[in-house]
Each structure stands twice: as C-alpha cells, then as structure tokens.
Write a protein that binds this ligand. Sequence first.
Ligand SMILES: O=C(O)C(=O)C[C@]1(C(=O)O)C=C[C@@H](O)C=C1
Length: 97
Amino acid sequence: MGKAGSEIEQLRQEIDEIDKALVELLNKRASLSLRIGELKRNDSQSAVYVPDREIVVYSNIISANRGPLSDSALKSIYDVIIEESRRLQMSLYHRKR
Ligand SMILES: O=C(O)C(=O)C[C@]1(C(=O)O)C=C[C@@H](O)C=C1
C-alpha cells in the first residue's frame, strides 16, 4: 500500500472510532428523550411535539457549529435526530401503562 493508502486506512480507523462514539451519544440522547416522554405521558398537559423547544435546540446547534459542516447540513441531520426522538416518545403512548 502507498503512503496515501496507509493514511486513508488510519483516517478510516479514526472515523470508525468516531462513529462508535456518535452511536453511543445518539443513544444517550434518545434515552433522555424517552425519560422526558415518560414524564409527559404522566402529565396530561404535556405534548410530545414542543415547537418552541425545538427552536432552542436548533439555535444551540447552530451556535455550537464551527464547521466544516454548514448550518443547513447540521439542521438536516437534526431534523432526523429529532424526528426519531419524537417517534420514540410516541411509541410510549402505544404501550400499555
Ligand atoms: O424537550 C422536549 O420536550 C423533548 O421532548 C425533547 C425533544 C428533542 O428531541 O430535543 C423532542 C421533541 C420535542 O418536540 C422537543 C424536543
């Protein structure tokens, strides 16, 4: 393997490590969302979808963004993360108490 090839291999290993950490963090986030979902389920005043809070979440991620991902790229990623977060909370409502 040439010089570029071995550097690519090394960078791929770093990507594999980061992917593992991301999966762990995404599942941690999902677990916290599920806990919020349980608290909401026990409170008839609380809705799964809280648009004002989602605006704060998006604003936090844009403030934290130092690139090279664009704000709109991060927003697309978070659209999926939050959609799945809501889906997990909804799944609690389809479960027996
Ligand atoms: O903060 C909440 O109330 C949540 O349920 C968490 C969360 C999120 O994943 O960040 C999910 C759904 C809501 O619409 C807002 C935010």
